[in-house]
Design a binder for this molecule. Structure first.
Ligand code: NAD
Ligand code: DAU
Length: 358
C-alpha cells in the first residue's frame, strides 16, 4: 500500500493510473479537490478496489494520522500542491498554506507514524516529495542546465513555496532521520493537464477560435517532459533512490514558448484544420509579460540516468503529437473542466466522500 497526495491533479492522477496499470499494490489517494483536482480523470479506476480515494487536506493532521494508522502504507508520495505560477502572483496565500504549512504538517504526521514502525518496516519506508526545477531560479542563455548542486534561488511566490517545502523535507531527514527522497522536475505536458497551463490552454483556445496569449516576446525557454516519463522517473526513484538525495528529472527538451505555440498550431492545422482553411497561428497574440518571469529553465538529468538508469520514453515530437491527439479525442473532459461540470460528476460518483465544489 502506498499513499499518494494530490492524486486527482494532473501529474498525481497520471501517476495513479500508471501505478494501477503496472502494480498490484493498492493506492490511498488523498486530495483536497481544489479547482485543480478532478476525479473524472480517475473514472476508469473509480470501482477498482485497489484505489481508495479520500477527499481531504494534507494539512489536516487528524485525518492524515488516521489514514496512516488504518492503511499502514510503505511509502508516502507528496504531489499535493498549488501549482500555477500566475495564480501564485495574484494570490500567494494558498501557496504558503498548502505548499509550506501543508507539507510541514504532512511531514510531522508521517514522522509520527514512521517512528513507531517495527524496525524492518521503518527502514523500508519512503517519503517521496515531488518538486520542481523552478526552485533553482532562472538561467541565462549561456548557463549550463540546472544540476542538483545548483543554489536555490526561487523567484515567484510558487517557486518560493516549493523551495520552502524542499527545505523542510531535507531538514526532516537530517534532523529526524526520516527516509526522504526529492525529485525536481521540469515542465510536464500530456493528458489531463488543466487548461490554465501553456500547452493545454493553447490547444483549447485554438479550437475555440480564441486568441493564443503569448507572454512578452515568447522567447522564454522551458524544458518539456511528457508526464508519463515523469511518472516513470518517480517510480524509479521510489524503488532505488538513495535516501536524502535529490534527483533532477527532465528530457533535454528546451524550447522557447513561441516555438511550442507554433508547434501546437501546426499539429492542429494537420489534425483538425480550421473551417476557413487559415492557419491557427493567426490567433497568436503577444500580451503583457508575467511579472518576474523567469527567462530560461533547463534540467540536467544525468544523475538520474547515471545512478538509477532512468531514461524518458518520449521525444518532444512524439509526446506533443500524442498530447494534441488526446485533447482532440477528449473534448468532453475539457468541456467539463471549463464548465465546472466535473464537480457534479464527482458528487454523483462519490457523494459525501468527495462532495461537490472545492
Ligand atoms: P495540479 O495543480 O494539477 O494538481 C494538484 C493537486 O493537489 C490537485 O488535485 C489538488 O486538488 C491537490 N491539492 C491542492 N492542495 C491540496 C491540499 N492542501 N491537500 C490535498 N490535496 C491538495 O498540479 P500538478 O501539475 O499535477 O503538480 C503536482 C506536483 O508536481 C506539484 O507538487 C508540483 O509542484 C509538481 N511539479 C509540477 C510540474 C508541472 O509541470 N506541472 C513540474 C514539476 C513539478
Ligand atoms: O518548471 C516546472 C513548472 O512548470 C512547475 O513547477 C509548475 O507547477 C508548472 O505550472 C510549470 O510552470 P510554468 O510557469 O513554466 O508553466 P506555465 O504553463 O504556466 O507557463 C509555461 C510558459 O509559458 C511560461 O514561460 C509562461 C508562458 N505562458 C503561459 C501561459 C499560461 C504564456 O506565454 N502564455 C500563457 O497563457
Amino acid at each position: 500500500m502506498i499513499l499518494v497526495t494530490g492524486g486527482a491533479g494532473f501529474i498525481g492522477a497520471n501517476f495513479v493510473l500508471d501505478w494501477l496499470a503496472n502494480h498490484d499494490e493498492s493506492v490511498i489517494n488523498l486530495d483536497k479537490l481544489t479547482y485543480a483536482g478532478n476525479l473524472q480523470t480517475l473514472a476508469s479506476v473509480a470501482d477498482d478496489p485497489r484505489h481508495i480515494f479520500v477527499r481531504g487536506d494534507i494539512g489536516d493532521s487528524a485525518l492524515v494520522d488516521r489514514l496512516l494508522a488504518e492503511h499502514r502504507p510503505r511509502a508516502v508520495l507528496n504531489f499535493a500542491a498549488e501549482s500555477h505560477v500566475d495564480r501564485s502572483i495574484h494570490g500567494p496565500e494558498d501557496f504558503v498554506q498548502t505548499n509550506v504549512l501543508g507539507t510541514f504538517r504532512l511531514l510531522e504526521s508521517v514522522r509520527g507514524y514512521w517512528s513507531k514502525l517495527p524496525e524492518a518496516d521503518k527502514s523500508a519506508f519512503r517519503f517521496l516529495h515531488v518538486s520542481t526545477d523552478e526552485v533553482y531560479g532562472t538561467l541565462s542563455a549561456s548557463d549550463p542546465a540546472f544540476t542538483e548542486t545548483n543554489r536555490y534561488e526561487p523567484n515567484s511566490p510558487y517557486s518560493a513555496s516549493k523551495a520552502a517545502s524542499d527545505h523542510l523535507v531535507r531538514a526532516w531527514h537530517h534532523t529526524y532521520g526520516l527516509p526522504v527522497l526529492t525529485t525536481n522536475c521540469s515542465n510536464n505536458y500530456g493528458p489531463y493537464h488543466f487548461p490554465e497551463k501553456l500547452i493545454p490552454l493553447m490547444i483549447v483556445n485554438a479550437l475555440a477560435g480564441k486568441p493564443l496569449p503569448v507572454y512578452g516576446d515568447g522567447m522564454q525557454v522551458r524544458d518539456w517532459l511528457y508526464v508519463r516519463d515523469h511518472c516513470s522517473a518517480i517510480r524509479r526513484v521510489l524503488e532505488a533512490g538513495t535516501l536524502g538525495e535529490t534527483y533532477n528529472v527532465g528530457g533535454w527538451n528546451e524550447k522557447p514558448n513561441i516555438e511550442i505555440v507554433k508547434t501546437v498550431c501546426a499539429l492542429l492545422d494537420e489534425l483538425q484544420p480550421r473551417a476557413d482553411g487559415k492557419p491557427y497561428a493567426e490567433q497568436i497574440s503577444h500580451v503583457t509579460d508575467r511579472p518576474g518571469h523567469d527567462r530560461r529553465y533547463a534540467i540536467d538529468a544525468r544523475k538520474l540516468e547515471r545512478e538509477l538508469g532512468w531514461k524518458p520514453a518520449e521525444t518532444f515530437d512524439t509526446g506533443i503529437r500524442k498530447t494534441v491527439q488526446w485533447y482532440l479525442a477528449n473534448q468532453e473532459w475539457v468541456a467539463n473542466v471549463q464548465s465546472g461540470g466535473y464537480r457534479d460528476w464527482v458528487a454523483r460518483q462519490y457523494g459525501d466522500r468527495a462532495g461537490a465544489g472545492a
